[in-house]
Design a protein. Structure first.
Length: 212
């Protein structure tokens, strides 16, 4: 399966699967210039700027007036406010599966500080799961999937504590994000021998964020 992680982290998130599915749209339109014409469906997770760049979504709606956007109900009005035609918004319910020719989509409930979801994607005989910005994957199973795009925001609690600049920051990260230690434990319970995984939304220090 072909995939491209355009960007992942607090400075913006966007991943393209099989050249046609964009998951998260939290980057500038310029970063999508080489792929946006081939995108058929944009899957959105939650309202935070690094996943939902309103300026980019508005530009996409203008450049591609028939482009489809998939989301749960909490993002519908936000998309309309960005100029997306309501007829192009596909509203999903958590736990249900939606079919588009050779593509199937199933949103997953995740746990962040705003309403949030991840996605199971079944495309061209590949099974994919995408889950970022969550403090747990408890109750979610994805046995023997081909690709796992899973949040690994920090190494473990000791690493987070060592770089946290105050108690509130440390507490918030633990409440809203998954560590690599937690993600690895979950991956080992689910991955098959030929599965591929990518840690997503990894922490970037301020110096690196400012350079991008």
């Amino acid at each position: 399966m072909h995939y491209s992680i355009i960007n992942s982290g607090s400075d913006g998130n966007a991943t393209v699967v099989e050249n046609t599915i964009l998951i998260d749209c939290g980057v500038s339109f310029k970063k999508l210039k080489d792929c946006y014409k081939d995108i058929k469906l944009v899957l959105l997770t939650h309202i935070h700027q690094d996943h939902f760049n309103k300026t980019t979504i508005k530009r996409l709606a203008q450049e591609r007036p028939t482009l489809k956007f998939g989301c749960c109900e909490w993002l519908v009005q936000e998309l309309i406010d960005c100029g997306v035609d309501k007829r192009n918004i596909h509203v999903y319910d958590i736990g249900k599966r939606y079919k588009y020719d050779l593509l199937k989509i199933a949103p997953i409930k995740l746990y962040h500080d705003v309403p949030q979801c991840g996605y199971r994607i079944f495309i061209n005989d590949y099974k994919v799961i995408y889950a970022t910005d969550t403090n747990t994957l408890e109750g979610i199973k994805a046995k023997n999937y081909d690709y796992y795009f899973i949040e690994g925001n920090y190494e473990d609690e000791n690493e987070l504590h060592s770089r946290a600049y105050n108690d509130y920051y440390e507490s918030r990260v633990k409440r809203t994000h998954l560590s690599k230690e937690q993600a690895t434990e979950w991956l080992l319970k689910n991955m098959g021998d030929n599965s591929v995984y990518c840690f997503m939304h990894e922490h970037k220090n301020r110096e690196r964020e400012e350079e991008i």
